[in-house]
Design a protein around this ligand. Structure first.
Ligand code: G6P
Length: 607
């Protein structure tokens, strides 16, 4: 979603702000802006579109103190007028999140004579701080007082032309961290923006407010109590966020999957057995009397949960439900303190998933587990147990390597729960571990199919609609394939369990509707083959992803691609990869912005 970078340093920080925004651009990108303290007044540059345009527009701007922002519109259309920073008098503000009481604040401030020039909720913060500065000349104190009036979620950064050399930041709900550098101090909504200047990061807690100057930082709570927060040395690799030889981050991330899986599974080490402790020290006791698993997630993460449900019920024998987080959080549900709540999230900051986790806990369900790619994220911090996928930073909005590493983590969970319930003997456990260890190699082999998949993508990039079919544990993979295609190529795609075809979607099938089928050689293959014949009988063109040993012959209107290995229960992890490649290449043919698809954001930190 939106991104913030701020700096108070000893020399010109504009290039640092711009470089930081480039690293955050993937989170939100319909407009961008920066403001610095200038010779006589605040200097502000804003532009609609990419950070590169802002960079060109800011070429003549220089200052040691400033704030910057990339915006993903919530209140008000994407436009220069609505782009951050917002200014009131001598101060400028950037903001992530949503201020829920902005309408009443806006009325109050309008009555005091403040004129609003944008449609944003953020502008109320700028005027509010400006108004408070009349009684309280210290910027830090004025922002502190302003924050006490705000209802909602925010991460903000503020500068004042009359108090140069100082940036004040605050957070409630939206991520914000400080970077302690040699030549100054910095703040950002994501560590990747600050790796260019420092690895020493201080994560702010909700309700923290901090002042940065060239020589130091100080942090207080909103009530004025001083606090110290620990300094973390970030382990993020700067190279992990570089594009390297790839054309797009999505392509890079698809090809990083063998390594991401290997890193994620490293926790198993050379062992022949898996211990509950990989989910946290208390996992053994906490999982002991679990009688149900409720998985909460959004988007692609929800699809990994749906896949895991097949594993958890079949292997661990534990009933499992998967619910979209935004539904669960507002539904009257029956609480069960013995159920394990699993929140799955790449970012660990998705507002709906976090709210669903909190809601589950508020109902007395305290057995919680986060499966997440960001160790310091809110969802991890607020869960009793955790498993950190080691996919590395995922920049492409369409999730790929986070998904397959989530699946690996969820399979480990399945084995642990099965073990705790006495449903896994040593021989089975050892066989599953072997399969997991071989996964990176198996994924590598699937990636060699890229050029054939590219050929397929060219054939249907001009289509308006596509239908994805799968059965059993590959039905969620069909859903994920359809989501990927929609997200980045804008082709309307739907996924159905193949058995449901005749109950509606078959009416849509004709020669102009490509039907993509996930067809591994599993116990449902024969059933699936009948469904595929139903499609052929209506003239539908079939694109089938089978296994080396699936007995489906290619014929007229039936295009076949065979994955090199048959992978049993873990086959969803392999079968999603050609679907990722298919949507990537369809998007390339269509010329869409693959890494930053229109209207979407990487990390959705607002409702
Ligand atoms: C956004 C992203 C998706 C992602 C979803 C959930 O919609 O565009 O790729 O799957 O959020 O994100 P999370 O970080 O919670 O996995």
């Amino acid at each position: 979603m939106c991104g913030i970078v701020a700096a108070a340093a000893g020399s010109n920080i504009v290039p640092i702000l711009v470089e930081g925004l480039k690293k955050l651009e993937y989170r939100g990108y319909d407009s961008a802006g920066l403001a610095v303290t200038g010779a006589a007044q605040i200097e502000r540059v804003r532009s609609v579109g990419r950070v590169a345009e802002l960079e060109a527009a800011a070429a003549g701007t220089a200052s040691p103190t400033g704030i910057a922002h990339t915006r993903w519109a919530t209140h008000g259309v994407p436009s220069e007028r609505n782009a951050h920073p917002h200014i009131s008098g001598s101060i400028a503000v950037v903001h992530n999140g949503i201020i829920e009481n902005y309408e009443s604040l806006r009325e109050e401030l309008s009555a005091q004579g403040y004129v609003f020039t944008s449609d944003t909720d953020t502008e109320t913060i700028a005027h509010l701080v400006e108004a408070l500065l009349k009684d309280e000349p210290d910027l830090f104190r004025a922002v502190q007082r302003a924050c006490r009036r705000l209802v909602g979620a925010y991460g903000i950064a503020v500068i004042d032309q009359r108090q140069p050399g100082k940036v004040v930041v605050a957070r409630e709900g939206s991520p914000l961290l400080l970077g302690l550098g040699a030549d100054g101090n910095y703040a950002a909504s994501d560590a990747s923006a600050l790796l260019q200047v420092t690895r020493n990061m201080v994560y702010l807690e909700n309700g923290d407010i901090a002042e940065l100057t060239v020589s130091g930082v100080r942090i207080e709570r909103l009530d004025g109590t001083p606090v110290e927060r620990p300094v973390h040395v970030s382990q993020l690799s700067a190279a992990a966020v570089e594009l390297g030889n790839f054309r797009h981050y999505m392509q890079k991330e698809i090809f990083e999957q063998p390594e991401a899986l290997a890193n994620t599974l490293e926790i198993v080490g050379g062992s022949r057995s898996i211990q509950p402790g990989i989910f946290g020290a208390e996992a053994g006791s906490l999982l002991q009397d679990v009688d149900h698993i409720l998985i909460l997630a959004c988007g692609t993460s929800a699809h990994s949960g749906m896949t895991a449900r097949y594993w958890l019920e079949a292997v661990a024998g534990v009933p499992c439900t998967v619910e979209i987080a935004s539904e669960y959080r507002y539904r009257c549900s029956v609480a069960n303190p013995r159920q394990l709540i699993v929140a799955i999230s790449q970012s660990g900051e998705t507002a709906d998933t976090l709210a669903a986790l909190r809601h589950a806990k508020s109902l007395g369900q305290l057995k919680t587990l986060a499966i997440c790619n960001v160790p310091e994220s809110a969802i991890v911090r607020e869960s009793a147990l955790r498993f950190i996928t080691r996919a590395g930073p995922e920049i492409g909005v369409a999730s790929t390597k986070a998904f397959t590493t989530q699946l690996a983590a969820l399979f480990l969970l399945t084995l642990v729960v099965a073990k705790v319930r006495g449903r896994l003997d040593a021989a089975q456990e050892s066989a599953y571990i072997d399969q997991l260890r071989h996964l990176p190699v198996a994924v590598n082999k699937v990636l060699t199919l890229e050029s054939e998949i590219e050929g397929w993508a060219r054939r249907f990039a001009d289509k308006q609609h596509a239908l994805f079919l799968g059965r059993g544990r590959h039905y969620p993979i069909a859903l994920e394939g359809a989501l990927k295609l929609k997200e980045i190529s804008y082709i309307h795609a739907e996924a159905y369990p193949a058995g449901e075809l005749k109950h509606g979607p078959l009416a849509l099938v004709d020669a102009s509707m490509p039907v993509i089928s996930v067809a591994p050689n599993d116990e449902l293959l024969e059933k699936l083959k009948s469904n595929l014949q139903e499609v052929r009988a209506r003239g539908g063109e079939l694109y089938v992803f089978a296994d080396a040993d699936s007995e489906i012959p290619a014929s007229e209107g039936v295009h076949m691609l065979r994955l090199p290995e048959h992978y049993g229960l873990l086959s969803p992890i392999l079968h999603v990869i050609p679907l990722q490649l298919l949507s990537y290449h369809a998007a390339l043919v269509k010329g869409t912005d693959v890494d930053k698809p229109r209207n979407l954001a990487k990390s959705v930190t607002v409702e």
